[in-house]
Ligand binder design. Structure first.
Ligand SMILES: NC(=O)c1ccc[n+]([C@@H]2O[C@H](COP(=O)([O-])OP(=O)(O)OC[C@H]3O[C@@H](n4cnc5c(N)ncnc54)[C@H](O)[C@@H]3O)[C@@H](O)[C@H]2O)c1
Length: 296
């Protein structure tokens, strides 16, 4: 029987690419969102994930009318992928962003654990590395940015994602469950590669993203690999593509644009400063959409 996955925020920028990717892998999916998703075969249950009662209810629902045919009530859910969020600062007041993101993640993880759903994947963010939404020109502590970094954002959105990782860790410990947090880089949809020439013409403009990105379809692959990987308990993965968004080798580029930031290890070739080495090594991620394929 196909694995049954509940996806929150599937109607958004990232979700609308990741959900079809997962469908193509054969999962049954229910989307929880405030907006509709145009993906035949995936029902969207209009759910406010900041409301704990709605989340418990939605995580124990039928996915569609065919669920009623068995006469046995809703079938078990194999995993929840939680992407719903206020996805950056300056969309809502800071306190609303923080409260909504922290509360919704707590609600989703708590309900999943208490309903016996053994796996949750949450969208964390590159902003946890502290530079993306920092006041002024803050430096990274070192390169590459890897999952053991001392994350220290000063903004309400990045802070909400740090708290969410702690929430994930607490529940994974308490329930012996697998909860994986993806520190997602700047999401690039297929039509957005026309932005890259401007990125490269103005290298300082991309410092806040550590000259890195994630193709929305490759993000689908990473989520899929997380759904298939078991037994890690709580874990964190940078979800980014392999290479730097520059034409120069990484070590030379960093030496030119931020010579004071130390290198913690050798950066070979064009490895992205926000490194996906762990996703490659542990999950087996193999990118399909390097920007060089899409930018002449
Ligand atoms: N886009 C990026 O570059 C990026 C980078 C790093 C991390 N992320 C994270 O990835 C996830 C997806 O980001 P995105 O760019 O697709 O954002 P998005 O805003 O396009 O999509 C988020 C979706 O969540 C839904 N949503 C928001 N509040 C909700 C609520 N209370 N209840 C139910 N649904 C709600 C929205 O309707 C929307 O469809 C987010 O958690 C975001 O913080 C995004």
């Amino acid at each position: 029987m196909a694995k049954r996955i509940i996806f929150t925020g599937g109607s958004g920028k990232a979700g609308k690419h990741v959900v079809p990717w997962l469908m193509a892998k054969g999962y049954d999916i229910l989307n929880l969102d405030l907006k509709p998703l145009d993906c035949p075969g995936v029902n969207t249950l209009h759910t406010d994930v900041t409301d704990n009662g709605q989340v418990f209810n939605a995580l124990s629902c039928h996915f569609g009318f065919d669920g009623y045919d068995t006469g046995k009530g809703p079938a078990k859910v194999d995993a929840v992928v939680h992407f719903a969020a206020i996805p950056r600062i300056l969309l809502q007041p800071d306190n609303v962003t923080f409260t909504a993101n922290v509360t919704s993640t707590y609600n989703v993880i708590e309900a999943a654990m208490k309903l016996g759903i053994p796996k949750v994947i949450i969208a964390s963010s590159e902003t946890t590395y502290g530079v993306c939404f920092a006041e002024g020109d803050k430096d990274y502590h070192h390169f590459p940015l890897e999952e053991d970094y001392d994350i220290d954002p000063m903004d309400s959105y990045g802070l909400s994602k740090v708290v969410n990782e702690k929430t994930a860790r607490a529940f994974a410990m308490r329930y012996g469950a697998d909860i994986y947090a993806l520190r997602i880089g700047n999401v690039i949809e297929p039509h957005e590669y026309d932005k890259f020439p401007a990125f490269m013409a103005d290298p300082p403009s991309r410092k806040r993203n550590a000259w890195s990105y994630i193709d929305a379809r490759d993000l689908g692959q990473i989520v899929h690999l997380c759904l298939e990987k078991n037994g890690l308990g709580f874990d964190v993965f940078n979800a980014v593509n392999d290479t730097i968004t520059a034409r120069e080798p990484t070590a030379e580029f960093l030496n030119r644009w931020c010579p004071k930031i130390p290198l913690k290890r050798e950066l070979k070739g064009d490895e992205a400063p926000l490194s996906n080495r762990k996703a490659r090594d542990v999950l087996g991620f193999k990118e399909e959409h390097n920007w060089r394929k899409h930018v002449k």
